[in-house]
Design a protein around this ligand. Structure first.
Ligand code: CA
Length: 219
């Protein structure tokens, strides 16, 4: 997949390009709004709002009017971040500078999961000696059934839909609890702690600081 990075600042663009390429993306980079709009329809756009020749929000609106390309807005100006306005412009998500690459990666994956046709999640997922059966809602470890509450099961099944991938806290809350959850996130931590206990090894669910969680077999 090719990502179009629209960013005039080299000190931000260069490490992003290097990281995205390491992750297997092709990256095209442009510096201005006019270059961005002249680029042939990109598959995914990372869009800086502070561009030298126009406001990035105009670019966002124009790209959205052309099609369904996923767009993540990046901005240095936290004060202009109005989630509602960005969603009206057609952005799928946003990041405020400075942000870590892991957070960007988690957001890209989240947007791709939301915007791409859902690949069929298999009825069972096996990770090491852990098996999650979505049809029967049973979880076994070493062939012994774990007694999970319904929400614990939903959370585990969600993390297991892409083993090893980082899921952002907000994404988990929106998917497992409610479509839009802006409240305190302590509920999530309580459920993570309970799951870790029931899985018998806290290392099953790794905390990715400042981003979220991922499920993987302990080493
Ligand atoms: Ca800029």
């Amino acid at each position: 997949m090719e990502i179009l990075l629209v960013e005039d600042d080299d000190s931000i663009a260069e490490p992003l390009m290097a990281g995205l390429r390491r992750d297997g993306f092709d990256v095209a980079r442009v510096r201005t709004a006019s270059q961005a709009l002249a680029h042939e329809t990109p598959e995914f756009v990372l869009l800086d709002l502070g561009l030298p020749d126009a406001d990035g929000s105009d670019v966002c609106r124009e790209l959205r009017s052309r099609g369904e390309t996923p767009i993540i807005v990046i901005t240095a100006r936290a004060d202009e971040i109005d989630r509602v306005v960005l969603l009206e412009l057609g952005a799928d998500d946003y990041l405020v500078k400075p942000f870590g690459f892991r957070e960007l990666r988690a957001r890209i994956r989240a947007v791709l999961r939301r915007t791409q046709p859902r690949s069929e999640v298999p009825p069972t997922t096996k990770i090491g000696d852990l098996e999650i059966d979505r049809r029967t809602r049973r979880v076994t470890k070493n062939d012994e059934e774990l007694q999970l509450t319904p929400k614990e099961f939903d959370l585990l099944a969600y993390l297991a839909s892409d083993p090893g991938a980082v899921f952002a806290r907000q994404e988990i809350l929106e998917s497992v609890w409610d479509t839009h959850w802006y409240g305190p996130t302590k509920t999530l931590d309580v459920h993570i702690a309970a799951l870790r206990k029931k899985l018998g090894d806290p290392a099953w669910i790794a905390t990715v600081r400042g981003v979220g969680f991922r499920l993987h077999e302990p080493e």
